[in-house]
Design a binder for this molecule. Structure first.
Ligand code: 5GP
Length: 187
């Protein structure tokens, strides 16, 4: 069973990826995406809420006329351990058929969210479907994952900042930082 964790039970730890490094890597990813999608501008599909900062930076660095849409899924609720159950909280407004879709994710941990999303999105018959994830936790995947663009691989620690939260806090930190629970387990 997942524990509900409020931000008051969490302390910020060390900087795992500083803002300048994130910014440089986002630029590289955007370059790669701009080359790969030349002539077939992608629909960037942001997975809310965690990916909103990454998506905003990535979209502005891509040199193509991109379109954007958003989906909100919930795998954890307010807790921090995956339940394996993924719920669509907000669906897309765009018809995906024939579109080149690039899913923009904040972090891949077990991979369950991504694998669920991929299945559901493929059923809508896009021309192509790829994933761009800012962070991938090393050695944690419980479902096969296929990620075309990865920002950083990180150790299996719990992180916040640059869009990522605990109980809705710390999404606005410019760096990605470790977070530790006081008497509660976060990762
Ligand atoms: P997965 O389904 O891959 O286990 O989990 C993916 C989702 O879990 C992410 O989109 C994110 O919402 C949440 N998540 C996984 N690891 C972390 C983490 O270290 N920090 C935060 N804030 N959220 C995480």
């Amino acid at each position: 069973m997942s524990e509900e964790v409020g931000p008051e039970a969490v302390v910020l730890g060390e900087v795992v990826i500083p803002a300048e490094k994130i910014s440089a890597r986002v630029g590289e990813l955007a370059e790669q995406i701009s080359r790969d999608y030349a002539g077939r501008p992608p629909l960037l599909l942001g997975v809310l809420k965690g990916a909103f900062v990454f998506l905003a930076d990535l979209a502005r660095a891509i040199r193509l006329p991109v379109e954007l849409d958003f989906m909100a899924v919930s795998s954890y609720g307010a807790a921090t351990k995956t339940s394996g159950i993924v719920r669509i909280v907000k669906d897309l407004d765009t018809d995906l058929s024939g579109r080149d879709v690039l899913v923009v994710e904040d972090i891949v941990d077990s991979g369950l969210t991504l694998s669920y999303l991929r299945k559901g999105l493929l059923a809508r018959e896009p021309a192509s479907l790829e994933v761009c994830a800012l962070l991938v936790k090393r050695g944690q995947q419980r479902a096969p994952i296929d990620i075309a663009y990865t920002g950083f691989e990180i150790p299996p620690i719990f992180v916040v900042g640059y869009g990522l939260d605990v109980g809705e806090r710390w999404r606005n930190l410019p760096d990605i930082r470790a977070a530790r629970g006081e008497g509660v387990e976060l990762s």
